[in-house]
Write a protein that binds this ligand. Sequence first.
Ligand SMILES: NC(=O)c1ccc[n+]([C@@H]2O[C@H](COP(=O)([O-])OP(=O)(O)OC[C@H]3O[C@@H](n4cnc5c(N)ncnc54)[C@H](OP(=O)(O)O)[C@@H]3O)[C@@H](O)[C@H]2O)c1
Length: 349
Amino acid sequence: MKYRIFGKTNLKVSEIGYGTWQIANDPHMWVGATKEESKKSLAKYLELGGNFIDTAWVYGYSEEKPERHPSEELVGEFIKESNNRERVVIATKVAPANWHWPAWKTDKLSDCFPSEHIKKQVDDSLKSLQVDFIDLVQFHVWNDSWSDEQEWKDTIQEIIKSGKVKNWGISINDYQPSNCLKTLDTGLISTVQFIYNVFHQKPVEKLLPYAKEHNIGLIARVPLDEGGLSGKIDSNTTFQEGDFRSSYFSSDRLLELEERIEELSCLLSEEIQSVSELALRFILTHPEISCVIPGMRKIKHVIDNTAVSDKGSLSSTLMEELKKHSWERNFYPDDAKDPNMADTNFLEI
Ligand SMILES: NC(=O)c1ccc[n+]([C@@H]2O[C@H](COP(=O)([O-])OP(=O)(O)OC[C@H]3O[C@@H](n4cnc5c(N)ncnc54)[C@H](OP(=O)(O)O)[C@@H]3O)[C@@H](O)[C@H]2O)c1
């Protein structure tokens, strides 16, 4: 496993991080994880050199048990039992108070992140994770129009001063890779988490050059397009009830995905053996990206994905070829999307 400098945080993170959205049976989005396998997968990840775990206050949330934070709790339990706090860089996220994912253009800072709300959620996360401090807390959505507001700046500086959180980041809105740049100019944000994968390549236009120039740590999320770039989903795939991907990949989309994966499969060789390997190496070939965080419930996926780090960069010819495979679209469920962006198909133009 190789490690990279994590922007200006003074930390080093393994190239392959661990996404934990799906390890705790989120009843509205992901089902099918077992606590036992999730813990074994986390243990295998650390054994294979991984050191970066991304979770969130909201992962696993249910209305029946609103005080519980199943993903954070599982991560916390695992780290405590295995006595690994010092080895692991923990990142979590503060959820928006108005429950808009992503934030709408018309949302005010006070709708999403009033000071007391941020402080309460940080305290909840410390408790669920069973730790004295958190390495990185990220705003779970963002709106760059809030960059000049004083309240969030004072709040995060106060929390950092208290020692509860070491660094602050933004997990930016889906498919809006520039919707953080003015805020980064404040110098108060150390990292950005953003969607980046073979299909969604727009972040190379502005976000990556900005981050390189200003030493911002970059966490690439959804690297496998929710499994679309795993090479394991085709037009015959069905999803378990409760798995949001049954709408993300409704039937005509699966057919188009299958064709696109067939085209990508033509690029495999002795040196690149699977579509998931190609997808992860595509991301890590950018030196300004600190780490990629595939979501993983299964030990096999942990083994396969961690092995990718040692395989190194793709050739410039292949990277050039992969530009032709971009497929900009937003398949996330419509219910929380910003109606103000409907005319752009919920994509930043
Ligand atoms: N707004 C936000 O801040 C936000 C939004 C989305 C995600 N995230 C973070 O980013 C992480 C990654 O995104 P994601 O999990 O949504 O999408 P993803 O990483 O693109 O895809 C995850 C899916 O890929 C499968 N997979 C992983 N490795 C594989 C392999 N080698 N071969 C075949 N299948 C493989 C996983 O299967 P198994 O689960 O069965 O192992 C899982 O179903 C999340 O876990 C979360 O931490 C943040």
